[in-house]
Ligand binder design. Sequence first.
Ligand code: URA
Length: 447
Amino acid sequence: MTAPEVTVPEVNVPEVNVPEVNVPEVNMIDVIVGKRDGRALRTHEIEWFIDGYTRGAIPDEQAASLLMAVFLNGLDDAELTAWTDAMITSGDRLDLSVLDRPTTDKHSTGGVGDKISLPLCPLVAACGAAVPQLSGRGLGYFGGTLDKMESIPGWRANLGTTEILDQLREVGAIIAAAGDRLAPADRRLYALRDAIGTVESIPLIASSIMSKKIAEGTATLVLDVKVGSGAFMPDRDRARRLAETMVGIGARAGVRTVALLTRMDTPLGAAVGNALEVAEAVSVLGGGGPTDVVDLTVTLAREMCAAAGLDADPGAVLASGAALPVWERMVRAQGGDPTAPLPRAALIETMYAPQRGWVTRLDARPIGIGAWRLGAGRAHRQDPIVPAAGVVLHAKEGDWVEQGQPLLDIHLDDPARLPAAREFLERAYTFGPEPLPVPPLVIERIA
Ligand code: URA
């Protein structure tokens, strides 16, 4: 029997555009060895690593090895962009385009007495911008902005996204905790870097800071990169490289970013310590306060307004008193009472000038360590801080003092802390027969 002839009907197969499936296999050993030997990592390798490590799928020892290779060999611009993007993608990114004001924010690398965010946020909001300052707590001898704000009775740092957006709409400024969903990869990587000696890597610092700021949703950003003995990065050339790296990351992410290198070899203002710094910030908003704090606040506010495209004069707005009610609304919106007394120390001890002369140097570092030893800062993330502890400076660089004149007041709750703090505070002042010129606060601008 012969088989019947089968005619196969002609079928019109629609043309389907099947994308080429190209998911390259990534192997952690290849990634580590590649970076160890100086190879630029590919975007998909970086994405795979950041995602895997954040989910707990890559062990600490392999992540540590890669971080050390990055520390030693760096990241080029393409790697840095991919690394930062992957850290942003590890969590949520706030969408602030729903606001009807331009957004702008400031980040400082931290310094002794640096309370600038407190007057700056309400001032820039009073100039017409929305300021979404999502911050962290301090570690070491820099008090974090949240630590300072938490000395205000009732004030609460943790807010949900809806509350953040509502406050930005209604008040125009917010200082709040960067929640767990903002660049969670950074939290894991930073903890590991801290444990393995890779914190001081410029690409890792830059991507860590910028991933959080870009995820926060601000359209423009001003960076205050501190230089000097009281700064996280004391060396000027390294601070400049950090600033340039962060400005580059911002530009590639579409966030207009400007950096100022500012002097941090002497404390900012007179108050060092959380509640003491809040009081100083409020006096700036009320038209008083130390000149250096006022000048830096106005300088940064000008940069933020210019970046946001606002034609405002922050100096005039500050002088008009218009920023103070914004501060009060900001504090109230987060449960705080701006009129409540701030915590006061149980004990105030005065340190007197051992000789007469001009103050030729007031070193930020021993002042920062002294305040930290009084309880104003923490050694470990979980440590409590003492809100009222700190130092109030009565003599600064360029001042003349007589022997026995008060140099500073030491605010503390626990007298047992005094000797360890004094050991540092006593080293902070240098006196001379002639005054030395006090250098300007702003060293350089990088855009
Ligand atoms: N601050 C950050 O947020 N990240 C760093 O890596 C260093 C300082």
